[in-house]
Design a protein around this ligand. Structure first.
Ligand SMILES: [Zn+2]
Length: 258
């Protein structure tokens, strides 16, 4: 009589393959970007966002605004909104493709040129250390001061808890985390916050009409991207596809009353 010592090796491989496939499916479900509401609802919220009169966007680096939300900011500016932005660092840890001897000056000039194209009213450059801005003791007091001065009716920050992958940065998620600490202390009448670089969006702004302007604004950041905004278009075409338009920027809405 032959003694059974386990499944033949071939079978064991099949089980492993099945386990890996299941794990892959689970990871895709958790880590891929997925609308949490119907496309029509998301687009309606995006349309409502475009009626805001004064907005404040908070980012870590020159080029963050233009990459993630440049189309929405341009559409807001075109509607007559007062678009004010905070750029926490000069992005000195990023590339220096133009070999600038003074990267901070170069980056700010590029940010100003991009802001001109997108119609920003004012750019606050905080010049805090790259990869240390969010935790810098000057960050939140500065942001709070500017917030109280601007009195926005909508705020844009990165998504600190469910960011879309793969690109994560300590000052992207960190700056949002710090701002939301302050926002949580405000009374319920506070303005809504629109989280970007999110993988759980429920707001979609159709940016098809301004995609060329978005690319042009992004291309101003020559010291970082060499003057090319082309990679961006494919990414936002994917976002557009999820809601049935050519190009879209996606957000997760945090309501003031929550
Ligand atoms: Zn960045």
């Amino acid at each position: 009589m032959t003694r059974l010592t386990g499944k033949p090796p071939k079978r064991r491989w099949l089980w492993w393959l099945l386990a890996v496939a299941l794990l892959g499916t689970a990871c895709t479900a958790v880590f891929s970007t997925k609308l949490t509401d119907a496309p029509a609802e998301a687009l309606a919220r995006g349309q409502a966002l475009l009626n805001k009169k004064t907005v404040l966007a908070i980012v870590a680096h020159p080029d963050d605004l233009e990459w993630y939300i440049g189309g929405t900011l341009k559409r807001l500016a075109d509607n007559g909104a007062n678009v004010q932005v905070i750029v926490a660092t000069d992005g000195e840890k990023g590339p220096n493709r133009v070999k600038s001897p003074n990267l901070a000056v170069t980056r700010r000039a590029e940010q100003a040129a991009a802001g001109q194209i997108n119609g920003y009213t004012r750019i606050y450059s905080l010049a805090l250390p790259d990869r240390g801005a969010a935790k810098d003791p000057r960050f939140l007091p500065e942001v709070t001061r500017i917030y109280n001065e601007v009195k926005p009716d909508a705020v844009f920050v990165f998504d600190p808890t469910s960011p879309s992958l793969p690109y994560l940065h300590v000052d992207h998620q960190g700056s949002a985390r710090e701002f939301l600490k302050f926002w949580d202390t405000l009374p319920q009448s506070k303005p809504p916050v629109y989280l970007f670089q999110t993988r759980r969006p429920d707001v979609a702004v159709d940016i098809s009409a301004v995609i060329d302007t978005k690319a042009q604004a992004l291309a101003q950041h020559i010291s970082q991207n060499g003057g090319s905004g082309s990679r961006m278009q494919g990414f936002f075409a994917g976002s557009g596809k999820s809601v049935g338009v050519a190009y879209a920027e996606l957000f997760r809405l945090l309501e003031g009353g929550e």
